[in-house]
Design a protein around this ligand. Structure first.
Ligand code: 13P
Ligand code: SF4
Length: 323
């Protein structure tokens, strides 16, 4: 405990000395989430992370999350230096959508507007007309559909299918998935619901359609956290990465939170719903990056500047829409 306290104190001092602010996702380690808040940074979903990075007055950003989040920050803030505790923290959605194949797919459908999820590489964003996050995907696709536009959607097929169903939009879906949310199981969830008939079921839309169908609330991480304050509801079954439980406990103290079942959610594995790449963010590598990265480049995010300019357009469009 003393060692951790010393590490945290060191990180706080380094953030100040480096004129850096810490931006963390709800899925990262609770100690990092708390540090971000205690030091004037933010803990949030993908949309707010992008917005916060752009509005922060500090010269440098440290992004505790996964690669696409660091890249989005760099693309939005090319004049700032952006660091991550571990540059190898990727995402199965990003990995499952290589830019060459994605470009070929788009080339086959030149009449379609290209909408990509935030969980993609800078190269994929450079090809897109719009970037969306789960907080705003329904609104943007609804808007494009109302204008009569036909869409390409990538890479998450479950989120795409959910949005298609909600909006009626004509969407060609890339077949990617999130390795965490793909593991939630509908049959087991039904059984859990039967044991807790009063519980409200909260589901992130990266989950399979049969799991989404059992939800009382479907939404982004921020939207699910807000739902835990529903008056009169004391118990929630949560189908998303369990890193979110930390903020839910702070936001709705005293409520009962139950993790939704996954394939590996058995007596031997009680916390399978946790992203292995989000878990790569820790106090030690955060400290190391702050201590040496500014001189050695350790943990620094680089995006080719021409690619970054191209990718900027679709992110900026989303932020403008979200205003
Ligand atoms: P949001 O926080 O935007 O809902 O995204 C979830 C996610 O998959 C991040 O990895
Ligand atoms: Fe990607 Fe899923 Fe991890 Fe989010 S939780 S970063 S979507 S693999």
């Amino acid at each position: 405990p003393d060692e951790r306290a010393a590490l945290k104190a060191e990180i706080k001092a380094l953030l100040k000395a480096r004129d850096a602010v810490l931006v963390a996702h709800y899925y990262v380690d609770s100690e990092l989430q708390d540090l971000a808040e205690e030091t004037g940074g933010c803990v949030s979903d993908s949309l707010e992370m992008a917005r916060f990075g752009r509005e922060s007055k500090q010269q440098n950003l440290v992004v505790a999350g996964v690669r696409f989040m660091g890249e989005t920050s760099k693309i939005l803030n090319p004049e700032k230096r952006v660091f991550m505790p571990d540059l190898d923290a990727t995402c199965s959605l990003d990995l499952g959508c290589p830019s060459e194949e994605f470009n070929a797919f788009c080339d086959q459908h030149p009449d379609r507007t290209v909408v990509v999820y935030a969980n993609t590489s800078a190269a994929v964003k450079a090809r897109a007309d719009w970037m969306v996050t789960s907080s705003i995907a329904l609104d943007i696709v609804g808007h494009l559909h109302a204008q009569g536009q036909k869409l390409i959607w990538a890479p998450d097929r479950h989120l795409g299918q959910y949005i298609q169903k909600q909006t009626g939009a004509d969407m060609l879906l890339w077949q990617g998935s999130c390795l965490v949310h793909d593991e939630f199981k509908a049959e087991e969830l039904k059984m859990l619901k039967a044991q807790h008939p009063q519980a409200m079921v909260l589901v992130h839309p990266e989950s399979p359609a049969d799991v989404v169908a059992l939800a009382d609330v479907v939404g982004s991480t921020t939207q699910l956290i807000k739902a835990t304050q529903t008056p009169g509801v004391d118990t929630y079954i949560v189908a998303t990465d369990n890193g979110i439980l930390h903020k839910m406990r702070q936001f709705a103290p005293g409520k009962t939170l139950i993790e939704a079942p996954t394939a590996g959610n058995s007596a031997t594995c009680k916390s399978c719903a946790h992203c292995p790449w989000m878990a790569m963010n820790g106090l030690k590598n955060l400290r190391d990056v702050l201590k040496t990265g500014f001189d050695t480049g350790l943990g620094e995010v680089h995006v080719d500047s021409a690619l970054g300019k191209q990718a900027y357009r679709c992110i900026d469009r989303m932020l403008d829409f979200a205003k």
